[in-house]
Design a protein around this ligand. Sequence first.
Ligand SMILES: Nc1nc2c(c(=O)[nH]1)N[C@H]1C(S)=C(S)[C@@H](COP(=O)(O)O)O[C@H]1N2
Ligand SMILES: [Mo]
Length: 255
Amino acid sequence: MKKPDFFKRTVTISNTTYTKRVVIAFVLFAVLVTGGVYAWQWLNSQPKDDLTLKPLRKTLEANEKIFKGALDSNSRVKEYPISAAVKNVKVNGLVGIQDTIDAAQWRLQIIRAAGDTLKVSLDDIKQLPKKEVIFDFKCIEGWNQVTHWAGVPVKTFLEHYHLQGFEQMQYAGLQTPNKKYFVGIDMKSFLLPQTILCYEMNGKPLPMKQGFPLRLIIPVKYGIKHLKCIGTMFFSNTKPRDYWAELGYDYYAGF
Ligand SMILES: Nc1nc2c(c(=O)[nH]1)N[C@H]1C(S)=C(S)[C@@H](COP(=O)(O)O)O[C@H]1N2
Ligand SMILES: [Mo]
């Protein structure tokens, strides 16, 4: 078989041409390296937004626009059969998680306005239509697992308690009862059909370390946003404080 020409091609060039090419190659290399070093120094001299450099934060925000633009009110992630769900669900992140919680005393507190808090018991939440969600749970640390959860869709909950007015706001904020872990969620993602106020894992009440009595399951987002052990919920047109965003991570953290 005849090999293509370029495998055996030898080109003869003059000494001057050779020197010229070597010089050009070196100059180009030097320019690229210097450019890279300057770009790096410029980036690191930029002001910070929380712990993240502004230009990087801007890039995250640009990504957020693209992903959010792709969401509509019916967007869903892939669901799996129950048989695909793992039995030993990884426990990750225990910020704000207490050793015990008295379910009879616990209330989900929804702040409607200053001095106006709606308090809902676990039993009342369990009366509402229940939805199972089996999906691939992804953590930014790089692991993922198919897990099985159940609870009431956020949208159903809001409508039942006449809180639909708040759907016009930009964000929902959630906090653990001791306020040590907190997240902010864009309203579009919060209202998706698979976003649930979850009280069951693998068909049983949530274990303490998995957020008993109630946690958020929001499949379009990374694990950091699935706040375990909800104490308070509120609504806002400005970004609520967010634990991991304040430590430099993406605020949106979703698909
Ligand atoms: N209260 C609270 N909720 C939390 C966290 C936390 O530290 N505290 N960690 C988050 C992170 S990073 C992940 S990946 C998931 C893990 O949920 P799991 O422990 O049920 O697997 O919970 C999220 N919710
Ligand atoms: Mo995570």
